[in-house]
Write a protein that binds this ligand. Structure first.
Ligand SMILES: [Zn+2]
Length: 200
């Protein structure tokens, strides 16, 4: 893995960086891609791989066919990884606007695509809260997990393993975003690669 990463960086430096004129500010994009690549490798090794292995082992132990739901759980992981940034749709009240109720905010959190649909049709009421970045905390991850538990209970009412794994993947994806943003830090996550965001 390490070698692939180094090779990609070398390739990037040799082939792309040297050809970009110095006045073009591409280095920022370049840094972002390098940063994301190392984070992706790190996420794969310390997050997804153990989680997938756990699911596969439990599937074998309980004689459960989990491949379909594993695929679904992976999709949920990637989706959850972007979800905390849904709070860019929540504004700070500046002219005495009515502050949104908690369930209005969590409707956005749990059903972001539906909310977005209404935003695009111009039919969504703007949301307001005093709290900066309301979804960038672990309680939002837990609420998201609880919502996924309801969904998975509807999908697999008699299958405890599948019922529990979907929210677990969701919380993991959500937490991964919080870790990249430097909000969450677990002791076994200390070897996370440095990102630009840490330096700000
Ligand atoms: Zn974020």
């Amino acid at each position: 893995m390490m070698n692939t990463k180094e090779r990609l960086k070398e390739y990037w430096d040799a082939v792309i960086s040297n050809r970009i004129p110095p006045h073009a500010h591409f280095h920022k994009v370049e840094d972002e891609i390098k940063e994301h690549y190392s984070l992706l490798v790190w996420a794969w090794k310390s997050f997804l791989l153990p989680l997938i292995a756990l699911y596969l082992i439990l599937g074998i132990v309980f004689h459960n066919h989990i491949l379909g739901s594993l695929f679904l759980s992976l999709l949920v992981f990637f989706y959850s990884n972007f979800l905390p940034d849904a709070d860019v749709l929540v504004n700070r009240p500046e002219n005495n606007e009515r502050k949104s109720l908690w369930y209005e905010l969590y409707f956005l959190l749990c059903l972001a695509p539906i909310f977005l649909f209404y935003v695009m049709k111009g039919r969504a009421n703007p949301l307001y809260t005093e709290k900066p970045k309301p979804f960038h905390n672990f309680s939002a991850a837990i609420i998201w997990g609880a919502f996924l538990l309801i969904v998975s209970s509807l999908f697999w009412p008699d299958d405890t393993l599948k019922k529990l794994m979907l929210p677990l993947f969701g919380i993991a994806g959500f937490s991964f975003h919080l870790m990249v943003d430097g909000i969450l830090n677990f002791f076994w996550m200390k070897n996370r690669p440095d990102t630009d965001r840490d330096k700000k």
